[in-house]
Ligand binder design. Structure first.
Ligand code: AMP
Ligand code: ZN
Length: 462
């Protein structure tokens, strides 16, 4: 019997059984907030994308087809979540001396390349904010017609006081927030009000700006996700995700906008990936220096070692990145791959009992660390080797470590090591066990290990 699929929903703050909104084999709708492409993504960002990839694979494991929509934020995300400061794209353009359009393209491509290196499945639809300006304008016009907006000298704002339930997702203390920030409000009426449309500054031409019923300018950051999610997934779909930082502002505001337009909270489940930390503090792009996947590759790591590292922690706990932890993950990945490759091919069904234990873990709010432990039990256990291989290959549809695609790299074997190995093989053939053992010890001392096979031997580093 398949254990029920349960996810922790941050909207209700509870573990709920997942039931698709549209029953009967239709697709599950999944929206994940994508990258802001003013710079490279750091490995923290990728921890969230990895969690979302696992979620999608777990849904698929349970027999659902997933319609996955991810946006590319290429306009409107300001340097401050309070809708002040500069557009990150225009700032990025200045930093690099390129146009905002060029850097959007560059960093989108870099993001997609790193996604492939991490075995992230491609979204069904990848949509750019700048390709959906009319949809965003229509959305704002609708909210305006419902009386939820007001204008200031720099934009059109959402009046959060019009919505009694505003801030439910984050359990915001709206009144308290309002009392505390009076001075910084500017023309905003309440601390939690947010921009729907910002005007281009007077006398200044932005690189990215559009005509609108309210004046030339650009959309606020949150409206793109409400507009594109609704366009591609409908008024109310199954799951919406992002990083934990999205709970108090971005997702809270996506919900407010959608509630104002169509009366739903946009998604049935709200799930969030918790942060990857560095030196126990937040890893942030705005801090200037950050770790990219490329930096790990430059140090000789396989990018999938980072995927493995993320599999070892539950998505709802923060994870502190250290090189030691990455080393341990790289070793784990290597061992898993080698264990898999030592197994013979053949046709069999995955082991039913192990599969049930694996499913029970992933279906328990994505307990991937425990599911990984089940994979290790299988790898180390005494199951029939063909069944073992088939079972591990099946688990890898969720874990995404690409064990089947991996081939051992041919080690460069130094001449003297090769000579020792050949001598040992000859001693073995001559049944000179004493000499064979002595040579094996010499090989060990040189840091190598021999595994005998019926047709020869394997030589690898210890
Ligand atoms: P951004 O490119 O800033 O829009 O962020 C892309 C995704 O990464 C969002 O879902 C963020 O919530 C998430 N994120 C940002 N910083 C971290 C971090 N340190 N650890 C995990 N996820 C993060
Ligand atoms: Zn979003």
């Amino acid at each position: 019997m398949t254990p029920p699929l349960q996810f922790y929903d941050n909207y209700t703050r509870s573990l709920r059984t997942f039931e698709p909104l549209v029953a009967g084999g239709a697709e599950v709708g999944l929206y994940t907030c994508g990258p802001t492409v003013y710079d490279y993504q750091h490995i923290g960002n990728f921890r969230t994308f990895l969690f979302e990839d696992l979620l999608k694979r777990v849904l698929e494991w349970n027999g659902y087809r997933v319609r996955h929509v991810m946006n590319i934020t290429d306009v409107g995300h300001l340097t401050s979540d309070a809708d002040t400061g500069e557009d990150k794209m225009e700032k990025g353009a200045r930093r690099t001396g390129r146009s905002a359009w060029d850097i959007a393209k560059l960093y989108t491509e870099a993001f997609l390349e790193d996604s492939r290196r991490l075995n992230l499945q491609e979204p069904t639809i990848l949509c750019r904010a700048t390709d959906h300006i009319p949809e965003q304008i229509a959305f704002i016009a609708d909210i305006e017609a419902q009386g939820y907006t007001y204008r200031t000298s720099d934009g059109v704002y959402f009046d959060t006081s019009r919505q009694p339930g505003y801030g439910h997702l984050a359990r915001l203390d709206v009144k308290g927030l309002d009392g505390g920030h009076r001075v910084e409000l500017g023309e905003k009426r309440h601390a939690t009000d947010f921009a729907l449309w910002k005007f281009s500054p007077a006398g200044e031409r932005r690189q990215m700006e559009w005509e609108s019923p309210w004046g030339v300018g650009f959309p606020g950051w949150h409206i793109e996700c409400s507009a594109m999610a609704q366009k591609y997934l409908g008024d109310f779909f199954d799951v919406h995700c992002g990083g934990e930082d999205h709970i108090p502002v971005h997702h809270t505001n996506e919900i407010a906008q959608t509630e104002a337009r169509v009366g739903t909270r946009l998604a049935n489940f709200w799930m969030h990936g918790y942060f990857l930390l560095e030196n126990d503090s937040k890893m942030a792009k705005s801090a200037g220096e950050f770790l990219r996947l490329q930096a790990l590759i430059d140090r000789g790591y396989d990018p999938l070692a980072f995927r493995y590292l993320c599999l070892t922690a539950h998505y709802r706990t923060q994870l502190n990145f250290t090189w030691d932890a990455l080393d341990a993950a790289a070793t784990g990945l290597d061992r898993m791959r080698n264990a898999f490759h030592g197994l013979p091919r053949g046709s069999a069904e995955p082991d039913a009992a192990a599969t049930e234990r694996f499913t029970a873990q992933i279906n328990d709010d994505l307990n991937v660390p425990r599911a990984l432990a089940v994979a290790w039990e299988v790898a180390r256990g005494d199951m029939d080797p063909v069944v073992k291989r088939v079972t591990l290959a099946a688990f890898d549809r969720v874990l995404g470590l690409g064990v089947e695609a991996w081939t051992p790299r041919r080690e460069e074997v130094p001449g003297h090591v090769q000579a020792l190995a050949d001598a040992r093989a000859a001693a073995r053939k001559a049944r000179d066990w004493k000499e064979a053992d002595r040579l094996r010890q010499e090989l060990h001392a040189a840091g190598w290990e021999m595994a005998d096979r019926p047709d020869g031997y394997d030589l690898r580093r210890r």
